[in-house]
Design a protein around this ligand. Sequence first.
Ligand code: AL7
Ligand code: ZN
Length: 260
Amino acid sequence: QSVWGYDSDNGPERWHENYPMAKGDKQSPIEINSKDVRHDSSLSSWHASYDPGAAKTILNNGRTCRVVFDDTFDRSVLRGGPLTGAYRLRQLHLHWGSSDDHGSEHVIDGVKYAAELHMVHWNPKHGNFAGALKQPDGVAVVGVFLKVGKTPKPEMKRILEEIDNIKTKGKEAPFHHFDPSILFPKSRDYWTYHGSFTTPPCEECITWILLREPIEVSSDQMAKLRSLSKNGENEPVNPLVDNWRPTQPVKGRIVRASFK
Ligand SMILES: CN[C@@H]1CN(c2cccc(OC)c2)S(=O)(=O)c2sc(S(N)(=O)=O)cc21
Ligand SMILES: [Zn+2]
């Protein structure tokens, strides 16, 4: 089937057949090697001001678990850091593995985290989301790494509690009164570079802001995430796991760090 996914017949190695941008020079994710990173003292800190009332629904689209926000006006925005202007929060979603030792998309000094949370924002100066996709400064994604540890972050519970209502592909549930900034780690340190969506259509319109400090989750919380299914309600069970793209060639891009 032509629909892209993460299986052998429709996975990352074949995306370029229907989405030529997948073979571009500024693809994501990438491996970040601290020795190649350049500290940029001119990078300011980033600021998120999110309205909890903007949260609308949580859904399983067969490829990830996604929370959608009202982005019809500057209601929940991200500013500062490498960005110019206010970018509107559109949705957040995750990528995870089939076991705790892998699952993140970006890899840091060889370390793969159990999962990676993406908060997707777009630049309203380009009119709408579709217009922003065509611009190099159109989209900004904040990436937060999830590490399995002893003191799991209770804030992830809110998302994981909804999992039981969206077990199968196409299932959606109301998701209100949620401020995703509770998912940020203490430190605001980040890496930033220019890249692409890590899924088709793979447009190269993204300013990536990757937070250095992972948040901790429990192994049970990861198991909860892995209890999602790719399949629809009355289809054979196909676990939704390993929905991550392998790292792509850096091709001379500079990764800057906000920290020394
Ligand atoms: C299919 N791609 C995901 C859905 N969206 C998308 C992207 C481009 C065009 C489009 O057509 C409607 C929708 S999205 O913007 O919410 C994002 S962000 C993102 S990631 N992993 O790079 O952060 C994957 C997707
Ligand atoms: Zn993503």
